[in-house]
Design a protein around this ligand. Structure first.
Ligand SMILES: [Zn+2]
Length: 210
């Protein structure tokens, strides 16, 4: 009996999924052995149905390229993190070096003023600050990088005692002893003029404010 191709094609999904009866199956097998058209159709349909019939191993194989891509992305991410850290570190080191070595940058990032005075034990003496060719009786923090430290230079003869006056002449810190080579921290207010008066064993003293 010749079954119409139309019918064979209609039954093809059940045939491929092994859902038709033994008898139907045999009919289809017979037809397929004779009919090239239906054979082609069967082949095509089998290929289309492949994804549904993947074994667990096949599924793993299918996933592999994605796993590889993910691994690649993780490596790329880690590499960029490490590179960024290295670059930041290098910039920091180079920056510190430049700030330390280059005068004008040092002036910007570690602003300071040099003061000097001939001191004695009896009287408060005003510390004079260099300002170009002149000297002034005060210093004036003008930069946010000003740390607010008054340093008794290490080369000085020894300890000094200071007091700090604000613009109105009010004493804001009194009788502060600063050993040689050490500093005293005060609260900086920008663009205000401060006067330092000092006492010490007779001698010439350098006082740095920064
Ligand atoms: Zn056919």
């Amino acid at each position: 009996m010749k079954i119409p191709c139309e019918l064979i094609k209609d039954l093809m999904p059940q045939y491929i999924d092994n859902l038709c009866s033994e008898t139907t199956r045999n009919y289809i097998n017979d037809h397929l052995s004779d009919c090239t058209d239906c054979k082609e159709y069967h082949k095509k349909m089998c290929m289309e149905l492949v994804p549904d019939t993947l074994s667990p191993e096949d599924v793993e194989l299918e996933k592999e390229p994605f796993l590889k891509i993910r691994k690649k992305n993780v490596i790329r991410l880690l590499t960029s993190i490490v590179l960024t850290a290295v670059i930041c570190f290098a910039v920091f080191i180079a920056g510190s070096y430049v700030i330390g070595e280059v005068g004008f940058l040092s002036d910007i990032f570690s602003p300071h003023e040099h003061g000097f005075a001939e001191l004695n034990e009896e009287n408060w003496t005003i510390v004079a600050f260099e300002s170009g060719d002149e000297t002034k009786q005060y210093f004036e923090p003008e930069s946010i990088f000003f740390k607010g430290e008054i340093v008794n230079h290490a080369n000085n003869p020894g300890e000094i005692t200071i007091r700090i006056k604000d613009e109105n002449g009010t004493i804001i810190a009194d009788d502060i002893s600063i050993p040689g080579g050490q500093g005293y921290h005060y609260d900086v207010e920008l663009n205000k003029q401060y006067t330092i008066e000092a006492k010490a064993a007779d001698g010439r003293y350098w006082i740095i404010v920064h």
